[in-house]
Design a binder for this molecule. Structure first.
Ligand SMILES: [Zn+2]
Ligand SMILES: [Zn+2]
Length: 277
């Protein structure tokens, strides 16, 4: 099982890989551009490919996380066009770095209702994929269900996925904090959760795990990450999740509120111990 964390790429992809090795990560996640911006970033693909060689040599895999500001379900045509262009740009950047997956948060229906929001989101993903022909796969991340966020249950994620035209290019990133906060990931009823999560209709779509503890209690529908083992999910439940043999092949990314990037070394050590590796 690959275990790593989200790191800054601002000093270059090669420097980020050095930092990943320092904290014991064999997979790393980064933002393709300023996470508060959707302005497409111009870049030199050859330069990016060159910087990414260090990652391949060191055996460090990568995951790219799209900025938060886009909304794939917006009914506003100009924000929709901006969101689509921004995500196409993120995919191109990720692809130049040789990154397998781009994680994108599910949209918000902003009062239009779930059905219309899901249709807009799937249409936007279809438009994005028409404009991108690289290898990087598009992953929808499950949400905590704050406000009008879509994609907080497995049923909702599947409802969006069913409307995707090229299904082979789309998957899911599962965040434990979001799942706990939405009520999807219920350790008090693990059998019900496992039956739904590991079902053949859903589990093959899961390509990346975001491993975070939660400051907010179960079902609170608030997205507040906490250090591993120090939140409402707790050590025992995180251990149970990580020890599950069926997730062994998935890369695990930690996005907890560490004071300093070097503190991810402790988080990664804990996660490896709980996973029994
Ligand atoms: Zn996440
Ligand atoms: Zn989150």
């Amino acid at each position: 099982m690959r275990i790593g964390c989200h790191l800054s790429v601002s000093k270059g992809f090669d420097k980020m890989v050095e930092r990943a090795l320092e904290v014991g990560a064999d997979v790393v996640q980064y933002f393709p551009k300023n996470p508060k911006s959707y302005r497409p970033k111009s870049f030199d693909p050859d330069e990016y490919r060159e910087m990414a060689k260090a990652a391949a040599q060191a055996g460090v895999a990568s995951v790219c996380h799209s900025p938060y500001v886009t909304n794939l379900s917006t009914p506003d045509p100009s924000l929709r066009a901006i969101s689509i262009a921004s995500i196409v740009n993120d995919l191109e950047i990720a692809d130049a770095f040789g990154t397998d997956y781009l994680v994108v948060h599910c949209g918000k229906h902003v009062g239009e209702g779930r059905e219309r929001g899901e249709q807009l989101m799937a249409d936007a993903i279809n438009r994005v994929l028409e404009q991108f022909d690289g290898k990087t796969m598009f992953l929808m991340e499950n949400t905590a269900g704050q406000g009008s966020e879509l994609g907080q249950t497995i049923e909702e994620l599947l409802s969006i996925y069913q409307r995707i035209e090229d299904k082979s290019r789309v998957g899911v990133c599962f965040d434990t904090c979001h799942g706990f906060a939405s009520g999807l990931l219920d350790f008090d009823d693990w059998d019900r959760f496992a039956a739904e999560f590991f079902d053949d209709a859903f589990f093959p779509l899961v390509k990346v795990i975001h491993l975070n503890d939660s400051k907010a209690p179960k079902g609170a529908r608030r997205d507040r990450h906490e250090l591993l083992g120090q939140g409402e999910i707790g050590v025992e439940n995180l251990r149970r999740f990580l020890a599950e043999p069926r997730i062994r092949h998935l890369p695990v990314i930690i996005e907890t509120p560490v004071a300093d990037e070097l503190d991810y070394a402790d988080e990664i050590r804990k996660a490896r111990e709980w996973a029994g590796i």
